[in-house]
Design a binder for this molecule. Sequence first.
Ligand SMILES: Cc1cc2nc3c(=O)[nH]c(=O)nc-3n(C[C@H](O)[C@H](O)[C@H](O)COP(=O)(O)OP(=O)(O)OC[C@H]3O[C@@H](n4cnc5c(N)ncnc54)[C@H](O)[C@@H]3O)c2cc1C
Length: 563
Amino acid sequence: MTLVKEEIYQAFEDVVGKRNISRDAAILESYRVIPCQSSDHRGPYLQKTPVPQMVIIPETTEEVQAIVRLCNKYGIQFKASTTFWSVAGYIGGDYAVQLDMRRMKNFEIDSKNQIAVIEPYVIAAALQAEAMKVGLNINIPGVGCSSSVVASTSSWVGFGPTSISMGCASENLLGAEWVLPNGEILRTGSLGAGSGWFCGEGPGPSTRGILRGKQGTAGSFGICTRMAVRLHPWPGPTFIPTRGTVPAYKADLPDNFKSYTLCFPTWDAYADGVNRLHQNDILYLGHRQFTMFGRDIKTAMIMILNDPDKQLADIPALCEDPYLKEQNEKMKIDIQVIIAGETKRDTEYKEKALNKILELSGGWKSELMMDKDLTDYVLLYLIRLGHKNLNFVMCGGYEGNFGLSPNVFVSSSVMEEASALKKKWEDEHDYIAAVGGDSDMGSICTMGGGGTTGWEFFTHFDSHEKESVEGTADFFNATQDWMTEKKLGTDMGKWNQSARRPDGYFYTQEEQDEMFSKLPQPLVTAYQYKVREAFNPNDLSGSYYRTLSTKKLEEISRSEELK
Ligand SMILES: Cc1cc2nc3c(=O)[nH]c(=O)nc-3n(C[C@H](O)[C@H](O)[C@H](O)COP(=O)(O)OP(=O)(O)OC[C@H]3O[C@@H](n4cnc5c(N)ncnc54)[C@H](O)[C@@H]3O)c2cc1C
């Protein structure tokens, strides 16, 4: 591995000062990750991401711009990451620098216009707490409240439990300030026109589409230094009062907040119920949450999480408890929802409409989950989204697969078959947790008001054990075969397989050409190549931005003409 020359290191140090740059081996090692441990949807692999040349912690937009310019001058790859939940934020080459955005953490709330202007290291918990003081709230994606709002809004999908009432990140991103990969600064929407932060698109042709569409470019198109996001009404107190003790505090919210677990007798009834929830504007929040632990142990896990004296070893005994067994059976096909009325009348209307939807679709409210402590636990869990450690609690690692999240009618029709396939692997092998097949969880929608869902089957495995990782990868190959046979597209556990190699490195252009020339619609990646050539001519940001070179495209076109 080539090390950067002293004078180059010095040039970066001159930008941020000695305290904010490091090439200490121990520090650099802490900026690597085992890819299979961080929900990146590229399948479970063993190798860590490469060691960066240096880690830089900038404080201002000007510093970020100077760093990107130096990277261009010296041909060094760069990647910015903020709260580092995702492997997408780690570098993928030997000659690369890692930017850690933790020093940029200012924000301001404009409550009149329901906007917050934020820097990268503003985590959702901090923004939510301040927004609630002025009667507002934010959509927190499923990654949880200790994640950066800028990261998920600029660079990933950004849907979560509240997307049904607040929309997804693409709908909440307003004006943004962005250091492009060539070192220029782009200000999008109204900000670019000098009119403030309120609008993400226009006037004139929108430049925002270069940076993100429904999904962002996972940090491979420059560095967002500031953005405005939409805030949404919060019909609650100025903070969430809590009671209880670790690990399961409960929210003491007023009566206009109600949380329920809705259960359905069949997947058809469930699809009908979810569709009706999409069509009627009554939910504040909707999420399949506790099924992530698995169909067979759902109620046992809820009991463990709510009792500081219990632990995972209590699962078998709790599964034998007759009442929990009965309730577990009734919650086989379920979803957690929250309604939040603006007024007493609004709450009554929403409650009535919810009951009618259950009546029409044949569903019911779970009796177990109406226990006061549990409703209040769920309110805090899902409104605050502060329990993301629990995703990893079963075996240390997990990855979402299948991803049966498009149209709820399509996914519901194959849900039992998918669950049976997973259960077969759970029963026949011991490298994934045996939890009853169905562990399909996630958000009720990936866009405001409804539409597609955001569900994934959690597969729990040990990310530090070679056999478990490799066995899980085999399982994902089997589920991909099943998805292909059903014409359901790419398995979620492989969505980013074309963005980073199994050894943790980015793909070269030649490797991308090989992959993307076989796409049914290669022009998409060919077009992205042109965009990259315009804004990232030195190709410094890695292969999460998928490209097919013009040369390769011409080659394919010629051979097709010959045919
Ligand atoms: C437990 C878990 C649950 C998840 N659930 C969901 C879910 O329900 N819905 C959903 O949409 N996603 C979900 N994800 C994915 C997650 O939302 C994104 O990966 C999220 O952006 C990662 O979190 P982070 O805030 O720590 O960002 P980071 O890991 O710091 O960065 C994420 C990406 O943003 C880029 N980035 C970071 N800062 C900047 C910046 N300033 N400028 C430009 N690029 C930047 C990084 O390069 C990286 O590609 C989940 C991830 C995990 C780990």
